[in-house]
Design a protein around this ligand. Structure first.
Ligand code: NAD
Length: 523
C-alpha cells in the first residue's frame, strides 16, 4: 500500500565534489550530442503531430546557439486535443487510484536515472547553473513521488469523514473534474511543468499541458518520460504554443473544466476574468488555480546573526539570477544595522561570478529578450529611485558571448512606495529599504499587493512570533534563505495578488482537482 508517510525528498547533488562536476559536464556533452537540435512535435491522442510553424529554444547565455525546436500548436490542434482528452477521460477516470499512481512512480524512477540529462538540458535551454538545475529536477521527482502517494487518501468511498446516522450508510466519494488545461512558466520548466500536470492526472483527470514558449524542449523531454512510464493515449495532450493564442483559446473554451496556471500576475488575472465568463453550452463553473508573482522581502533586525543574514540575502536574491517567484527582491534592514548589513551584502554579491550556465557561473543570463528589456527599464528607473550600490547595467554580452546578461544589482535607500520596491522585476535586482525599527520593517514588508514568500533574520522570539501571524505571505522563513521550498516539507503558494494559495506539494493540493459526492443509502 502506498503511503504518503513513506515519501522522502530527493537529496541534492554536492557540486563541491569534483566527481559530481565531472558527471555534470559529461551529461552536458551527452545532451549536446543527443538532444541539441532535436525537434519535439505536439502529442495529441498519443500521436506525434507536427506543425508548419515552430517555436525555437535559444541558449540565453549565448544567443547565437539554437538548442532545439518544438511544434507550435494551432487553434485546430487545441480543439482536437480537447475533444480527444474528453474521450480518454471516459476510461482514465475508471482506473484504480493506485494504478494511476504507479505511472507517476515509474516516471519518477526514469527521471532519477536521467537526472543529469534533464539538468544539462535546462542549463542550455534556460541558463541554469548546476545546483539550480539539480534542485529543480529533484523537485520534479519529489512532485511525482509525493502526489502518487498522497492520491491514496482520496481513493476510497468513506475516505472523507462523515458523521454516523442511524439506519443509513453515509459516505463521500472523490471524483475527478474532467479535462483541464495546465499552463506553466519557463523558470521552473521541469518541476512546475511536471507537478502541475501530474497532480490532476493522478486523481483521474485528463490534462492539456501548454509549456512556456522558451522552454518547450525540457517539457517535451518530461512528457516522453511520462509516456514511457505507461500513460495512455489522450490522457496527457502536449501542446506547446503561444499563450495568447492556444492558451487563450483553451482557457476561454466552454469545455475546459479546470485551469491550473503558474505565471505572471497580469496573465493570471486575465485568465481569472475570462474563465469566469459563462459561454453557450458550458455546463460548469470553471475551477481556476492560480500561482502568480511576488515582491518578496527579507527583514534583518539588530538582533540577527548578521553573517547568516547576509548569506540568506545573497542566496535568496541571486539564485537563478533572481528569476524565482520566491526570490528576495526587497531587503529591509533596521537602521541600527543598515550600514553593516548592506556593506557586507554588496561585497558578497560583488564576488559572484557572472557567466554561462555551462561554466556553472553564480549569475547567468536572464531568459529572453523581453525579460532583458524589462529589467533594463527597471535599472534605469532604479537610478532615480535610490543609490546604485552595485551593478546597474545590462551589458547584453559577457566573456565574448552575446546573451541576456544583467549585472547583479543592488540599489540602496529605496523608498517603500518606489516602483522598484513595489513591482516584480524578475531579475538579479534588489531594492534595499531602511526601516526605523522592527515594527516599521514589518509594515514595509506588508506594503505591497503581493504575498508570496518572506523572511525574517532575528533572534528576538517575540518578533518572530509576531511575524508568524502578521507577515502576509504564503511561505515564511526565519533565519535562512527564502527560496528553495521542498515538496511535502514546505507546501508552496502565495497570498493576495500572489495567487490562490493552492499549496503545491502540500497535503491538500490534489483536492483542487477533485469534486466530492455525498452518497446516502437508507437501509
Ligand atoms: P507569463 O505569465 O508570461 O507566462 C506563463 C504562461 O502563460 C506561459 O506558458 C504563457 O505562454 C502563458 N500565457 C501567456 N498569455 C496567456 C493567455 N492570454 N492565456 C493563456 N496563457 C497565456 O509568465 P512567465 O514569464 O512564463 O513566468 C514568470 C512569472 O511566473 C513571474 O511572475 C513569476 O513570479 C511567476 N511564477 C510564480 C510561481 C508561483 O508558484 N507563484 C512559480 C513560478 C513562476
Amino acid at each position: 500500500m502506498l503511503k504518503v508517510q513513506d515519501y522522502r525528498p530527493q537529496p541534492f547533488i554536492d557540486f563541491t565534489q569534483p566527481e559530481n562536476v565531472a558527471a555534470y559536464q559529461a551529461a552536458l556533452q551527452k545532451v549536446r550530442a543527443e538532444l541539441v537540435g532535436k525537434h519535439y512535435p505536439l502529442i495529441i491522442n498519443g500521436e506525434r503531430v507536427d506543425t508548419e510553424e515552430k517555436l525555437t529554444s535559444v541558449n540565453p547565455c549565448n544567443t547565437c546557439e539554437v538548442i532545439g525546436t518544438t511544434a507550435k500548436a494551432t487553434i485546430e490542434d487545441a480543439q482536437r486535443a480537447l475533444e480527444g482528452a474528453w474521450e480518454a477521460f471516459e476510461t482514465w477516470k475508471t482506473w484504480d487510484m493506485d494504478a494511476r499512481a504507479r505511472i507517476l512512480l515509474k516516471a519518477a524512477a526514469i527521471l532519477k536515472r536521467r537526472r543529469l540529462e534533464a539538468c544539462a538540458l535546462m542549463t542550455l535551454e534556460v541558463g541554469k547553473s548546476y545546483a539550480e538545475a539539480d534542485v529543480e529536477v529533484a523537485e520534479a521527482i519529489d512532485f511525482l513521488e509525493y502526489y502518487a502517494r498522497s492520491a491514496m487518501k482520496y481513493a476510497d468511498f468513506g475516505a472523507a469523514e462523515t458523521t454516523w446516522f442511524e439506519g443509513e450508510e453515509n459516505g463521500m466519494l472523490y471524483l475527478p473534474l474532467g479535462v483541464g488545461v495546465s499552463i506553466s512558466p519557463w523558470n521552473f520548466p521541469c518541476a512546475i511543468f511536471l507537478g502541475m500536470l501530474a497532480a490532476p492526472l493522478v486523481v483521474g483527470n485528463c490534462v492539456i499541458a501548454k509549456p512556456a514558449e522558451d522552454s518547450g524542449m525540457i517539457a517535451g523531454f518530461v512528457v516522453d518520460i511520462l509516456l514511457e512510464a505507461g500513460l495512455p493515449a489522450g490522457v496527457l495532450q502536449f501542446l506547446p504554443g503561444i499563450g495568447s493564442e492556444v492558451g487563450e483559446y483553451l482557457t476561454t473554451h466552454p469545455r475546459t473544466r479546470f485551469i491550473t496556471f503558474t505565471g505572471s500576475r497580469a496573465v493570471g488575472l486575465h485568465i481569472n476574468e475570462v474563465a469566469a465568463k459563462t459561454l453557450k453550452g458550458q455546463k460548469w463553473i470553471k475551477k481556476v488555480v492560480l500561482e502568480l508573482g511576488g515582491k518578496d522581502a527579507l527583514i534583518v533586525d539588530e538582533t540577527a546573526d548578521l553573517e547568516n543574514a547576509v548569506t540568506a540575502a545573497t542566496q535568496s536574491a541571486f539564485g537563478f539570477n533572481g528569476q524565482k517567484c520566491s526570490a528576495m527582491s526587497r531587503l529591509i534592514v533596521v537602521d541600527e544595522v543598515y550600514d553593516a548589513v548592506v556593506n557586507a551584502f554588496v561585497e558578497r554579491a560583488r564576488a559572484l561570478k557572472v557567466g554561462t550556465g555551462e561554466e556553472n557561473a553564480n549569475v547567468t543570463a536572464v531568459v529572453n529578450e523581453e525579460s532583458f528589456e524589462k529589467i533594463s527599464q527597471y535599472l534605469a528607473l532604479g537610478k532615480n529611485e535610490g543609490e546604485v550600490l552595485l551593478g546597474g547595467e545590462a551589458p547584453g554580452e559577457w566573456g565574448g558571448k552575446k546573451g541576456y546578461y544583467v549585472q547583479p544589482t543592488i540599489i540602496g535607500d529605496v523608498k517603500p512606495e518606489a516602483r522598484i520596491a513595489q513591482e516584480e522585476i524578475f531579475g538579479p535586482v534588489v531594492a534595499v529599504l531602511r526601516a526605523r525599527d522592527w515594527q516599521d520593517a514589518l509594515a514595509i514588508a506588508n506594503s505591497t499587493e503581493y504575498g508570496l514568500t518572506g523572511g525574517v533574520c532575528s533572534n528576538d522570539r517575540e518578533r518572530l512570533e509576531q511575524a508568524r501571524n502578521e507577515f502576509e505571505v504564503g511561505n515564511l522563513y526565519f533565519n535562512r534563505k527564502i527560496t528553495g521550498a521542498i515538496v511535502g516539507v514546505q507546501p508552496f503558494g502565495g497570498y493576495n495578488m500572489s495567487g490562490t494559495d493552492s499549496k503545491a506539494g502540500g497535503p491538500d493540493y490534489l483536492a483542487n482537482f477533485l469534486q466530492l459526492k455525498a452518497v446516502t443509502e437508507r437501509w
